[in-house]
Design a protein around this ligand. Structure first.
Ligand SMILES: [Zn+2]
Length: 114
């Protein structure tokens, strides 16, 4: 049974290999596991564990209007590691914290610790 917080998570777009079943954050043309060009768009629940995060204090030009923001690496429960943004970053949010995706943002998703 999923936790209530996990149910609220939005789906995370990834790619899945139809030949070997490997999951990859994508975008990618060739499966890194079996080397077939059989990757298809897929989604998995946006819930998992925080691997690490860092604060981007001086955003690149295309994101300058966002002000500072945090980039997070998350190991999803589905078994694939993705990059997203972290909402309300603080030193209290440590690697291993449970996070869920709550909104699309800038081609990725916004994660929040729960
Ligand atoms: Zn494959």
């Amino acid at each position: 049974m999923l936790e209530a917080s996990a149910v609220d998570a939005i789906a995370m777009p990834i790619v899945k290999c139809s030949a070997c079943g490997a999951l990859d954050p994508g975008p990618r043309e060739i499966c890194p596991k079996c080397h077939q060009s059989t990757l298809q768009p897929a989604t998995v629940p946006g819930v998992g564990k925080l691997v690490s995060w860092t604060l981007i204090r001086r955003p690149p030009a295309q994101y300058r209007e966002d002000g500072q923001y945090a980039v997070a690496i998350v190991r999803l429960d589905a078994g694939v590691q993705v990059t997203g943004r972290l909402k309300d970053p603080s030193e209290a949010i440590k690697p291993g914290a449970r996070v869920r995706a709550v909104a699309p943002v800038r081609g990725t998703v916004l994660f929040v610790a729960y």
